[in-house]
Ligand binder design. Structure first.
Ligand code: B12
Length: 198
């Protein structure tokens, strides 16, 4: 009996040691504000993203930006990031790997390599804005995808590519920018700006 209890105690202690390591996921984080990027245009890896809320917290420490958490009737709610507080039908929402989870950020467990995007969004009858994802195809050519809340990606028709102060139109969400030095990004009216790529 004593031996069994001892084995159990050892197993519990070992599990306690393992849990923090398992929870400390390294995840990509980007925070897109109302008018500009607040954190991580290239979505850098951040340590400590056990869930989508702690990923925001870890990014806020790495990027020294403000956010505010409040306790709403049914859970933790981020009611401000940076300068702008939520209000009416606008505020801060998040996606994990391109899709918008239907629960609070502290309820969404993350694993190594996941991508978390927090962004400012205004909701209308048609829902929230699509988010843009930029992919490099060949050379200095890129593809821009628009992702809806379900994470479904379609070509971002009407998106433009921006680099070094230049703007290039895309056709069917595809375009080339030629030689460039800075990071390339995509924007589109009514959509959340994309990640940045070399
Ligand atoms: C408006 C709204 C929003 C607005 C809030 C703007 C604002 N003024 O703050 C915006 C668009 C920002 C929003 C965001 C989100 N929302 Co919302 N939202 C609503 C909606 C349509 C109405 C809420 C409301 O105004 N109630 C009336 C007021 C008087 O009551 P209240 O308790 O004070 O309302 C506040 C809280 O509800 C809070 N809030 C809004 N969304 C969420 C989500 C969570 C998880 C929490 C804890 C609090 C919270 O903001 C309200 C206004 O201050 C409800 C659906 C519904 N019909 O209830 C969904 C709803 C509450 N949201 C939901 C979700 C999932 C989210 C997001 C997590 C989505 C995401 N993936 O990012 C985010 C929250 C992330 C974060 N910031 O922490 C779910 C919650 C489900 C659940 N059981 O957890 C709901 C029920 C919609 C649904 N059916 O899926 N939301």
């Amino acid at each position: 009996m004593f031996r069994r209890a001892l084995l159990l105690a050892v197993a519990v202690a070992a599990a306690a040691l393992l849990v923090p390591a398992a929870l400390a996921a390294r995840v990509h984080v980007r925070v897109e504000g109302k008018t500009r990027t607040i954190f991580g245009p290239t979505a850098p890896l951040v340590e400590g993203g056990a869930n989508a809320l702690s990923a925001l917290d870890a990014a806020s420490v790495a990027g020294e930006f403000y956010y505010h958490l409040t306790q709403a009737s049914f859970g933790a709610y981020v009611d401000q990031i940076g300068l702008y507080p939520a209000g009416a039908q606008a505020g801060w929402v998040f996606k994990v790997n391109g899709a918008s989870p239907p629960v609070g950020a502290d309820q969404v467990a993350l694993k190594d390599g996941d991508s978390v995007l927090w962004y400012w969004a205004e909701f209308g009858p048609a829902g929230g804005p699509p988010t843009l994802a930029l992919r490099r195809t060949t050379g200095s050519c890129y593809r821009v995808l628009a992702q809806n809340d379900a994470g479904v990606a379609t070509p971002a028709r009407g998106a433009v590519l921006r680099v070094d102060g230049r703007v290039r139109r895309t056709t069917g969400g595809r375009g080339c920018v030629g030689r460039h030095r800075g990071l390339v990004r995509a924007t589109m009216t009514g959509a959340v700006r994309s990640n940045a790529l070399p």
